[in-house]
Design a protein around this ligand. Structure first.
Ligand code: ADP
Ligand code: MG
Length: 655
């Protein structure tokens, strides 16, 4: 049957791609030059830091308010008239109780406050004394949660970031040296070849993850480094190491700004400058050490000896909600601090040190040079491939599930004969095969993709690569692994149930379920691109699929479906797979007949299902269209949902 041969093509293509890919990667990537791991792996080694243009960042009267839907009424003031500065070569810590606006001010300074029509952001930013738009200098932003591809090693993660972010003019050897140097500076040499890991597979420690996040951000030699709560969730030792790393970066000439919640005394002693926030207002901004203590002592609040200043400040500026009296007293105290600080302008006096001469920010320092499309594709393909093949736990579960499902259905439909009742059994089995294949592919994708999307969104926001090479690389790299499971399922089920005994028919069966599985994955991607979290995707994906199952050709004959629902079977990936599987199975099959109304052959069974005048090719073309539709939708959604940032407007402009 010529029609049956056509769907074999995708499997052949997938197989071919798999073979090529395997060949390509069976050669191990050239090992990076061995680094002599010196005694020091704690980030305090002597490896040289690249020069970065010194940047003093100052901000004036930053206000951020959340407005009601009417766009006029202010619901909440997130930041109230914040002014301050961060200097090159100094570590500025932003401290304050949770909800005081630390993350918000960091987002504003990094130019990465998520845009929202309900937010109003005003204020002025200056770079070395010159008013600036937020993107006119290179920033690194280490966010609170560390997101990585779990199966890549530390070195691979960093190398990929280097390949994507460093201008094409540098040679591979230079880039490799650069990566080694950063590994050394951040004390990551010891875990360089360990996979990052995730909840399923143990990888590097939390502190190492944080330092890897910093390392990835350092690739582009940023002048300013922001870090949002870099020590949260780490044990004391790891927190100390991370802060030591940041301190060292400041000493190397970077401007480092981090938010932190209740640091230990030893960490506090590393801070050069301090910004204390409470409920979006500045309580203190200025040098962190003796000056800060002297300032509060001057207001009648002396820090007792041997008390960690961070804890002392935290107690001073927190609102105590334990009773109405305490709340009112603490609120009064905080409000007094805010007022005194605003009127004494302590900040201006204490911070007006030597300002570095304005640096001409050449565009070379600022604009991100993207590597070419093909190279982006190649790099992202390699990452997607490594992530797919190395993800042992997921692949193990998927293969076990495929085998178990095939064995269960194979036992239930064990060696179907040619009796009249076997017609119903066949239809049931083929529907079950179509549903199982689609569900397996869908759940895997919706489970994994939202997490990956969060990483990709961040990388795209940095301008590391385009969406098209990313999606193309992902789809092709995951094809061989994606095809393996439906093939495994089919290979066990087919002989057990004794479906149409012909090698060609088996080939078609395998191709149909493989293509269907790709279509279901594509749908999973689209669902993952549509909603913000894995949980939401897990709720939406299967519910949507259930609709397609109901209209999958078995439960409701599409000719009998109410007119308003007739379109659903046409877009149901289950229906087209079921239809193709039925045609593949029933065409040319003869059944035992005793009674006059018995169905003598498969063609009549197909008539009864409403598939009489269809072919496998036609069904697979429709399936292909559905697949393309979901891919296109994914692309469009991801493009549309690209992170956008709130623009800061000068105070007078906004009024
Ligand atoms: N986009 C937003 N929409 C509404 N409220 C927000 C938004 N961003 C932050 N907030 C609120 O602003 C306050 C400060 O948040 P945040 O800066 O995250 O605090 P911190 O990092 O100090 O814990 C919180 O009460 C938070 O709920
Ligand atoms: Mg925060």
């Amino acid at each position: 049957m010529a029609a049956a041969a056509a769907p074999a093509i995708p499997v052949l293509v997938a197989g071919g791609v798999a073979a090529l890919v395997l060949k390509f990667f069976s050669r191990r990537p050239p090992a990076a030059p061995e680094i002599q791991e010196e005694a020091s792996d704690d980030g305090k080694d002597a490896s040289s830091a690249p020069e970065v243009p010194p940047i003093t960042l100052s901000w004036h009267k930053i206000c951020c308010a959340l407005q009601a839907k009417d766009g006029i009424t202010t619901v909440k003031r997130l930041l109230k008239n914040l002014s301050g500065e961060a200097k090159a070569g100094r570590l500025l810590a932003i401290m304050g109780p949770s909800g005081s606006g630390k993350t918000t001010i960091l987002n504003v300074l990094a130019g990465q406050l998520a845009a929202s029509p309900r937010l109003k952001l005003t204020g002025l930013l200056f770079v070395n004394g010159t008013p600036c738009v937020s993107t006119s200098y290179k920033v690194a932003y280490v966010r609170q949660e560390d997101l990585f591809f779990s199966q890549l090693t530390v070195r691979e993660t960093l190398s990929l970031a280097a390949e994507l972010q460093l201008p094409g003019s540098s040679t591979a050897a230079e880039r490799s040296r650069y990566v080694d140097d950063i590994l050394q500076r951040l004390g990551l040499v010891r875990c360089a070849d360990t996979p990052v890991g995730d909840a399923k597979v143990r990888g590097i420690s939390g502190g190492e993850k944080k330092r890897l996040s910093i390392a990835c951000e350092l690739i582009a030699s940023p002048s300013v480094i922001f870090a949002d709560e870099p020590t949260t969730g780490l044990d004391a030792f790891q927190a100390e190491q991370v802060m030591e790393t940041l301190k060292k970066l400041a000493q190397d000439g970077h401007t480092v700004v981090c938010s932190i919640h209740q640091p230990r005394g030893s960490i506090y002693s590393k801070f050069d400058d301090l910004l204390l926030l409470s409920e979006g207002s500045v309580i203190y901004a200025g040098p962190a050490q003796n000056e800060a203590l002297a300032y509060f002592a001057g207001l009648g609040h002396s820090c007792p000896e041997h008390v960690n200043p961070a804890e002392f400040f935290a107690d001073l500026i927190s609102i105590d909600y334990s009773s109405p009296e305490k709340e009112s007293a603490s609120r009064k105290r905080v409000e007094a601090f805010v007022e005194i600080f605003a009127t004494t302008l302590y900040a201006t006096r204490s911070l007006s040190g030597t300002e570095p001469a304005p640096v001409k920010l050449s565009t070379q320092h600022v604009t991100q040079q993207k590597v070419g499309w093909w190279k982006q594709f190649r790099l992202l393909f390699r990452r997607a491939w490594l992530q797919a093949i190395r993800d042992g736990p997921t692949n193990k579960v998927r293969s076990r599930m495929s085998v178990a499902a095939a064995m269960i259905f194979g036992s239930i439909y064990w060696r179907m004969g040619r009796s009249q009742t076997s017609i119903q059994d066949r239809m049931g089995l083929l529907q079950v095969a179509a549903v199982n294949t689609a569900m397996a592919a869908l759940t895997k994708t919706v489970n994994v993709f939202p997490k990956e999307r969060a990483i990709v969104d961040r990388e795209r926001a940095k301008g590391s690569y385009g969406l098209a090479p990313y999606l193309a690389a992902k789809l092709i790299a995951e094809m061989p692994i994606g095809a393996a499971f439906p093939l495994l399922f089919g290979a066990i089920l087919y002989p057990m149930a004794r479906l149409h005994p012909s090698a060609k028919r088996f080939g078609s069966f395998s191709s149909i379920v493989t293509v269907e599985s790709f279509a279901a994955s594509a749908m999973g991607l689209c669902v993952g691109a549509m909603v913000p979290s894995t949980e939401a995707a897990m709720a939406l994906g299967p519910s949507l699929m259930t609709v397609f199952i109901v209209f999958g050709g078995y439960y409701v004959n599409s000719e009998n479906a109410p007119v308003m629902f007739r379109w659903i079977p046409r877009v149901s990936l289950i229906r087209w797979a079921f239809q193709a599987l039925c045609i593949n199975e029933f065409k040319g099959l003869k059944f035992e007949c005793d009674k006059p109304y018995d169905l003598p052959n498969g063609e009549q069974a197909l008539e009864r299902l409403g598939f009489g005048d269809s072919t496998i090719n036609k069904a697979m073309v429709e399936e292909g269209r559905i697949l393309l539709f979901w891919y296109t939708m994914t692309y469009a959604l991801m493009r549309k949902n690209k992170p956008r940032y709130q623009r800061i407007v000068a105070p007078d402009e906004s009024s």
